[in-house]
Write a protein that binds this ligand. Sequence first.
Ligand code: NI
Length: 172
Amino acid sequence: MSVKTILTEPNKLLRQISIVVTEVGSVEQKLMNDMLDTMYDANGIGLAAIQIGVPKRIIVMDISKDENKKEPMYFVNPVIKKKNLEKSTYEEGCLSVPNQFAEIDRPSKCEIEYLDYDGKKQLLKAEGLLATCIQHEIDHLEGILFIDYLSKLKKSMIIKKLSKIKPNRIIV
Ligand code: NI
C-alpha cells in the first residue's frame, strides 16, 4: 500500500473519460488499496482512480469520518440506475480542486450498481452525504469536476487561482 500523488486542476488527465474494468483482480485490488491510503492521507472522503492518474472506473470512499472506525467502500464500474427528482445541496470540495468549495445541487437519492472489492455485483441505495459523494465521484469517471456546475465566471476564477499555485512552492 502506498500514498500516490493526487492530480489537481488544471490537468488534462482529470478531463479524461475512464475505461470500464473488465476484471477485478490483484492489480485492481492493489490500486484500490493505494487509492484508499492516498485518500486517508489527504483527509478526503472519496477518490476516483483518475485522480492519481489511472483512467479506470474505480472509486473508493469512506464517509464514516471516524479515525478509529474506518468504513472503506469500493466501487468498480459504478452506474447510476435511478435518481430522484428532489435535489439536496452540499458544500462540496475536491482533492483535485484544493481549498475551493461551492454549494452544488444533486439528486438527493440514487441507486448505484457496481462491482465490489471482490468483483461481486452489488446494488446500493444511497441518500444524504453518501448519495452526493458517490455522484461527485462518478462525475470524475466522466472527466467532470464540481466546478463545472458553477457559472463560467466563477469557474474561470477558481482555475486561475489554482494555476498560480506552483506544486513545488514551499513556505519556510
Ligand atoms: Ni473530487
